[in-house]
Design a protein around this ligand. Structure first.
Ligand SMILES: [Fe+2]
Length: 355
């Protein structure tokens, strides 16, 4: 997966590893900080997509170190139902079993498993101490520097100034160590600040904005962008046929065309939930047996929209077209009747799996 593919399919990556919402938000925020800097960058060449993609996955494995019993843990999880807390506990135990207790290694292993390009993985998980060693940091290229800086600016509760961020992290460490004592991690955090400030000074010589212009308000449109305009496609199969719908003639988008049923993923919704909801809304049936097939990119009006396709082999209820003009069953050999390349490519993936 190259950087653009990681950006396009980030929500599927999060869904695949069941990344908790607060962790998704953390990575989205870091990517947004990176996004703003890249947009206003006037310096030497940097790989903007790689920076954003790296930020989007840089803490994938953090669930293994997420301690729910600390003050911060409790604050982050405040208001969550007991069932959800139990789910998170189980998820963490499972992640530790599968990816180990070290969060950096867990991130690396997950990213590898998702097929993320090795260059992005080594950027998010450097083994040369570049985060804390000013000399190493200085020797690193701009792509890495912008990525690292973006991460520095994000606390578990939002975007902060560098000084604010280090002070907050120090408090967190003190709160974690019993009796309020200090740990070596505390000293480590202290050593991050000078490196971070140096980095800030260097980076903002090359941008048309100041560090203060990066805050929770200004990053929001970027977060929306990384989350927005994602779709699901529902491939309902029965006896060697799959279901397609003929869109209504008065539809704004692609009127009268033949498409695989599907729709938008709402903000905060997982692809799986959107698939179940859309299937009920559009076809009046509830999927009983299904699996996630693939992500394909729909190119439309110069933009790219990722579609997560699910295959449903069993459902309850009777299919009824609730939103389209009508639905039709197409034989596997009639894939060409679908109007969109993206649907045809997904059906091809389904058929090549031989299911
Ligand atoms: Fe982070």
């Amino acid at each position: 997966m190259d950087a653009q593919e990681v950006i396009d399919s980030i929500q599927s990556i999060y869904d695949r590893f069941e990344v908790p919402q607060n962790l998704r938000l953390h990575m989205l925020r870091a990517a947004a900080v990176a996004g703003i800097i890249c947009k206003n960058w006037k310096g030497p060449r940097i790989n903007k997509d790689e920076i954003v993609a790296g930020a989007l996955i840089h803490d994938l494995g953090n669930i293994v170190k997420f301690d729910m019993e600390t003050t911060v843990g409790r604050r982050l999880l405040k208001g969550l139902p007991k069932k959800e807390l139990a789910r998170l506990r189980k998820l963490r135990a499972r992640a530790i079993r599968k990816y180990g207790e070290d969060d950096h290694k867990a991130t690396e292993r997950m990213a590898k498993e998702a097929g993320v390009n090795g260059r992005i993985i080594s950027m998010v998980s450097p083994h040369d101490g570049s985060y804390v060693d000013p000399k190493v940091m200085k020797a690193r290229g701009w792509t890495f520097k912008v990525f690292a800086y973006a991460d520095y600016r994000v606390s578990p509760f939002g975007i902060m100034s560098l000084r604010g961020r280090v002070a907050e992290a120090k408090n967190r460490v003190v709160a974690k160590v019993s009796g309020g004592g200090k740990s070596t991690l505390y000293d480590h955090l202290g050593s991050i600040l000078p490196v971070g400030l140096l980095l800030e000074e260097e980076i903002f010589k090359h941008t048309s904005i100041s560090p203060r212009q990066i805050n929770d308000n200004t990053v929001q449109p970027y977060i929306d962008k990384y989350q927005r305009n994602r779709f699901i496609g529902a491939i309902i199969v029965r006896n060697g046929e799959f279901l397609a719908e003929i869109r209504r003639k008065d539809e704004d988008l692609c009127p009268g065309e033949t498409w695989i049923p599907g729709g938008h993923i709402d903000p905060g919704e997982t692809a799986k939930h959107a698939f179940i909801r859309e299937t009920k809304e559009e076809l009046d049936v509830i999927p009983k047996k299904y699996y996630r097939l693939c992500t394909r990119i729909w190119r439309y009006g110069g933009k790219r929209y990722p579609i997560d396709y699910f295959v449903c082999t069993k459902y309850s209820g009777r299919i009824r077209s609730k939103e389209a003009e009508r639905v039709v069953w197409l034989k596997n050999s009639e894939t060409r009747k679908l109007d969109a390349d993206v649907d045809r490519s997904a059906i091809k993936a389904y058929l090549s799996k031989g299911k």
